[in-house]
Ligand binder design. Structure first.
Ligand code: SF4
Length: 381
């Protein structure tokens, strides 16, 4: 028998970076495709749909937890508000309530439906889940989820519009690349044209669309095609958001073996930045907002809205590429060790000191900065 406390609910392993403060509601487990070479997340795990009853039971637990956190706040004299003090008290005294307190502390308005491909749930089930979330948590303003382009194409415009009406706000899609050779090599199970069709369908249904791109996914062989075709596909979709993350390959992902046997050659940081420049230069006719909000990205400050911020984004890249080799190495080390966030941090002597020390140490030991960085990046996956 499984013991289930009043506050027990199930949550999956990942969510998009910008959903870090959202309530995570698991509606399916794992990924139904699970074949992408670069993706370690659900390897070895089986996909399953959760029943509406199971999900509703989780939502009941979450609502009870929410009620309890408010009671605690009232007892502490804060009138039901979960502020920093209340959240800290709950973290130490009621750890089982902490994820709900954390959500409330961050406004309690956003929900993310997990795991990898929620649109595989029957539409009516999903509608019931969306309505239940809004009934139980009336302050919720945004509900988003992941879905694969191939799965979106199995839904009609009418079904997607019904989901929008029922409260679904946004779909996050792992586009990864717009180049068919890259998509095929990486076993993404979709073509560039299918990405375009699915993206347009989501937009026509009035849903917000966030498309994820993996910088470096073409490797040394296909980096140009990857940059150009990904820009082309995004130009045809004109999504609300484009989010980039940089490829890093942990041992668990099948791509690791292809790197070991020489079938795939990873780009180094500077090559990724050149690819990013080519990609952004070729994003035209769109009104999307681009974010680099993943810790794996070297240049987090490359972000903005098209078309007005395009030159500014290219300016950041150009500024990095025109640094001397030693300065670029120091910036890479600083960023990957967490001392730097922005290029301007190179000018801070406080931040620079420990990074310079590490740089000199690597030089003394004749270690390559790029090899050292590849190892560091695996910590962030
Ligand atoms: S579809 Fe997404 S979650 Fe599934 S294997 Fe590919 S990248 Fe991973």
């Amino acid at each position: 028998m499984i013991f289930r406390s009043k506050y027990n609910f199930e949550q999956g392993p990942i969510r998009p970076p910008n959903e870090a403060n959202s309530l995570l509601v698991r509606v399916t487990r794992n990924c139904p495709w699970n074949k992408c070479l670069f993706c370690p997340v659900y390897k070895g795990e089986r996909f399953s749909r959760r029943s509406v009853e199971e999900i509703k039971s989780d939502l009941d637990s979450m609502a009870s937890a929410l009620k309890k956190t408010r009671e605690i706040s009232v007892e502490k004299g804060f009138g039901g508000e979960v502020n920093r003090q209340v959240a800290a008290y709950i973290q130490s005294s009621y750890p089982e309530l902490f994820s709900i307190a954390f959500w409330q502390y961050h406004g309690g308005e956003n929900v993310f439906l997990q795991d990898g491909d929620s649109l595989l749930l029957p539409v009516n089930d999903l509608i019931e889940v969306l309505k239940t979330i809004q009934n139980k948590f009336p302050l919720v303003k945004r509900i988003t989820t992941y879905s694969r382009s191939r799965t979106i194409l199995r839904r009609s415009l009418k079904e997607l519009t019904e989901l929008k009406k029922a409260g679904l706000s946004r779909i996050h899609v792992g586009l990864e690349s717009g180049n068919d050779r890259v998509l095929e090599f990486m076993k993404k199970g979709v073509t560039g044209d299918q990405h375009v069709e699915a993206g347009k369908l989501v937009k026509n249904a009035g849903l917000s669309l966030s498309e994820y791109v993996i910088l470096g996914l073409g490797g040394e062989k296909l980096w140009k095609e990857h940059a150009l075709d990904t820009a082309d596909v995004l130009n045809r979709i004109n999504p609300d958001f484009i989010r980039v993350r940089t490829l890093a390959v942990p041992k668990l992902s099948p791509l690791y073996k292809k790197i070991e046997n020489g079938e795939f050659k990873l780009l180094k940081d500077d090559q990724v930045v050149r690819e990013e420049a080519l990609f952004i230069e070729n994003l035209e006719t769109i009104e999307s907002s681009l974010y680099s909000d993943h810790i794996l990205n070297l240049l987090e400050e490359v972000c903005g809205k098209f078309p007005e911020d395009k030159n500014c984004m290219l300016g950041v890249i150009n500024r990095y590429l025109t640094l001397g080799e030693e300065e670029r190495d120091i910036f890479k080390l600083g960023r990957r060790t967490g001392y730097f966030r922005h290029l301007g941090d190179l000018e801070s002597s406080n931040l620079n000191m420990p990074v310079n020390k590490l740089y000199k140490q690597l030089q003394k030991e004749k270690l390559s900065v790029d090899d050292y960085i590849q190892q560091l990046m695996l910590r962030f996956i």
